[in-house]
Design a binder for this molecule. Sequence first.
Ligand code: SAT
Ligand code: MN
Length: 587
Amino acid sequence: MTTTLAALQSWVDQVATQTQPDSIHWCDGSEAEYQQLVKLMLADGTLTKLNEKTYPNCYLHRSDPNDVARVEHLTYVCTEDEDDAGQNNNWMNPADAHARMVGLFEGCMRGRTMYVIPYCMGPIGSCFARCGVEITDSPYVVINMKLMTRMGSQALERIEKEGTFVRGLHSTGELDPERRFIVHFPEERSIMSYGSGYGGNALLGKKCHALRIASYQAREEGWLAEHMLIVGLESPEGAVHYIACAFPSACGKTNLAMLIPPEELHDWKVWTLGDDIAWLHPDDTGKLRAINPESGYFGVVPGTNPKTNKNAYDMITHDTIFTNVATTADNEPWWEGKKEGTPAKDWQGRDYDAANGPAAHPNSRFTVAATNNRAYSNLCDAPEGVPISAIVFGGRRKNVAPLVYEAKSWEHGVLVGAGTASETTAAMVGEVGVIRRDPMAMKPFCGYNFGDYFAHWLSFRERTTHLPKIFHVNWFRQHENGEFMWPGFGENLRVLQWIIDRCEHRADAQETPIGFLPHPCDIDTKDLDISEETMGILTSINTRQCRDETISLGKYLEGFGERTPKALLDQQRIVLDALSESLAKAS
Ligand code: SAT
Ligand code: MN
């Protein structure tokens, strides 16, 4: 297979000349191709087969131990004007970046096969979908892209018709952290990634294209590319609401997207549309519609069990690629929190020894096709996507943020999103558990200056008439002793129910300076082991803490200089004044 599109053919030829592969393989996306690549990787040890009886068609990949997470400090946005990338991104001058990458890619595929992967982010027939081509020397990337995206012949056909595509060039190189760079050229719609084989660094359709490049393109075209799950909630009466939730990596997006209603709400149904990325477009009726550009999940494995996420637990028992989990003596995958079995080998393939730390890497992952999920919604393939009733922001906060609150307006909601902060997780290289600002959970993924990004969000006031309501949630509030206050997981539906009732103007709320909070009795806690006192804390604000937080947010926003929209600073000022007033009254 080659292509009729001259621009694509000449790029592939040029990359081949530069990287010198032994052979070139154009991916057709077929099952036969997938199996052939698996065979090849089983033979060279890139994959090992897991227990065929209990985990049919499942494989384990062990990454290089120094290549187990996204590397934000080595990730760059290269725009002509440094200010366009903003201080939220590492920046390199495009010419310097090209020169550096040329040096790395020179001859790097000698002895290897070069794979050309045409892919489509979103349903092939959707006008909201966007295409790309990833060139890689990693067959592991190819099989992951097969599960995560619509890739192969059909995507190529669309690319040939459209004539445009995002160019992604990837090589695992030597896996040397000193020779590792993930660089983006949003103005050229291209990506180059060298020296890592891991998830977000290497599967270029995901964070690199569907968020960094797409967010830049979305700003130009009047839509939003966001780090959000999309879930459909069907009430016992049969009304379905779709909500889009932005939480940072490893903060429970996959669990929420696959939520199983608790006994108390057993007559609700939950449909998964997406667990990581949403593209939001205003439609002709003035609503915001969402598509999930992906077609699979690259989810965190540790902690997955029948109690936390039964849908995921079951869905990864077949046709799954595991990365960096441990294995049992029976060659089943094993991870912390699995509740069943014991580890024999750790994620590095060593005999398990607790002294070496966790058996599975904390950022170990599963890759599966979305159709494996029993809560899969057929609307994932609907070209027009689904209408969004509510946007929910959230993070991991031990304190300050209450369980849930509603923004007072779209503009205020943009401030709430911009103010999202969270404890860092194992999804990126670096210290875990440190609070950092992560506006809209997009800190690592926004392909341009956050100041401009906030302005773009605000502009939706003019673009659409039926804007969704905006909320903020925090499932991670803790008691002094470190215990979580809220049970989380399936029980989160109780909070989502309040959110839906607010959208339907059915639920009551108390007004506070930071937004509308439920009264403790507005959240159904029947059958939950939670004290009135704890519910009181979860549904109230600590005015002093909120004021300190709002002051620090103001400083953060001002850090983007002239690009920070005045309307956003006005919102911050309104909240701050209300908090100060309330403190003055109390004293
Ligand atoms: O490594 S990925 O970016 O694909 C996963 C994540 O961090 O969300
Ligand atoms: Mn993510």
